[in-house]
Design a protein around this ligand. Structure first.
Ligand code: FPP
Length: 242
């Protein structure tokens, strides 16, 4: 249980956790509520898990908030989510600064509402010098798109004769991704019982541990979070070796 956990940031092998926050819709439908109500409750869980991660001393938390495929949802739901992202980022700014959280966004900003992008830019600038938890929010993010952009960057470098194709390394690809400079996730959690990666951090997940939790995202609480980290810490990671 979380209260009796012996895992601390010092003895945990987990420093970067990625979360696929799934099940807002099902949580709401189970209660006879609208899907929007599920997303609003999901935002509350986001706040609690960020606090828990910061309190735990985790180094990096990456939350998958909106995938490149989520544009295929009904227009109304996409609009609700975009408004919710903006209002939550505003609401949580003071606390994120107070908690020394450094926020960065991954994903393409091109298709996002201008006012949301302004809020995102401001939050990144206002927390840029913070030294606590790094919070990466993936909005309009897709792992394949991330790789595609990285390959284009490297192709341009080759075209400009800054790089030879035969000299391209695994690190060059890692550095060219939107997560360049950030360590790979040690653990990826997906709520709601689905056993899929859904285009999340495809390259970066090469050696991640996985935890699939049966609860829907709005019901996932800090105690569950610490339990999952504790469980993953006790597993042995061999990175392909013996
Ligand atoms: C997946 O559940 C959830 C999303 C696509 C949206 C995630 C958004 C939040 C948690 C809200 C706030 C986030 C931030 C960063 C402030 P689903 O709708 O796919 O659930 P379902 O599979 O049960 O339909």
């Amino acid at each position: 249980m979380a209260e009796t956990s012996s895992i601390t940031p010092q003895n945990s092998t987990i420093s970067h956790v990625g979360i696929i926050m799934d099940g807002n819709g099902r949580w709401a439908v189970d209660r006879g509520l609208s899907r929007s109500a599920g997303h609003i409750q999901g935002a509350k869980a986001v706040k609690d898990i960020i606090s828990a991660a910061s309190h735990f001393g985790l180094k990096i938390l990456t939350l998958y908030a909106f995938s490149t495929e989520n544009w295929n949802r009904p227009k109304y739901e996409v609009a609700v989510l975009m408004r919710l992202f903006k209002s939550e980022l505003h609401k949580q700014t003071a606390e994120l600064i107070h908690k020394n959280v450094k926020v960065r966004f991954i994903g393409s900003r091109a298709r996002l509402p201008k006012t949301l992008v302004q809020t995102m830019n401001q939050l990144e600038a206002n927390t840029a010098h913070n030294t606590g938890l790094t919070l990466q929010l993936a909005i309009n993010y897709g792992g394949r798109q991330d790789l595609l952009e990285a390959f284009k960057k490297l192709a341009h470098d080759v075209e400009a004769t800054k790089l030879k194709p035969e000299d391209i390394t695994v690190s060059d690809i890692s550095d060219a991704l939107s997560t360049g400079g950030i360590s790979d996730p040690d653990l990826i959690i997906r709520t709601s019982g689905e056993l899929r990666l859904s285009n999340f951090l495809l390259w970066q997940a090469a050696y991640s541990e996985f935890a699939f939790v049966d609860k829907h995202w709005p019901s996932f609480n800090p105690e569950d979070f610490v339990d999952v980290i504790e469980n993953a810490t006790n597993r042995t990671r061999r990175f392909g070796g013996l």
